[in-house]
Design a protein around this ligand. Structure first.
Ligand SMILES: Nc1nc2c(c(=O)[nH]1)N=C([C@H](O)[C@@H](O)CO)CN2
Length: 121
């Protein structure tokens, strides 16, 4: 298994949904991310600059959700991952996005995507 830096249960709010009533409210979203990274490099140098800063990435996601608006969670996930790969030089990431309020009878609904960078960092 490859090394990871991960974020679990990151709670954000966004204007998200296909229906008119959803375009005038903010709804809860929950993110899990697994980002591939060789953790031996930061471990050898004890240097934050050599790793994927989970705090910076979490803050980026919160700001993204604050500023952007989509209908489908698939669209939000795709755009967000594209930006994360570019801005944080990720080689590969699995993103799980849950919309907890969407189906009250379900424990969770959402999407999961895995994307790799076109270039290796
Ligand atoms: N696969 C998806 N299905 C649905 C989505 C979505 O974003 N992806 N969205 C909705 C509605 O916005 C719903 O969340 C309202 O409760 C329905 N299905």
């Amino acid at each position: 298994m490859k090394d990871l830096v991960f974020i679990e249960g990151l709670k954000a709010q966004a204007v998200i949904g296909v229906y008119d009533w959803e375009k005038v409210i903010r709804q809860d979203l929950v993110f899990d991310l697994q980002m591939e990274h060789d953790n031996r490099v930061p471990a050898a140098t004890d240097d934050l600059a050599k790793t994927l800063d989970y705090e910076a990435i979490s803050n980026y996601i919160l700001a993204f959700c604050d500023e952007r608006q989509f209908e489908l969670i698939e669209t939000l996930a795709e755009h967000l991952v594209e930006e994360l790969i570019k801005n944080f030089m990720l080689n590969a990431v699995t993103l799980t996005l849950r919309k907890p309020g969407a189906v009250s009878a379900a424990q969770a609904v959402g999407v999961k995507i895995y994307r790799e960078s076109a270039v290796r960092y």
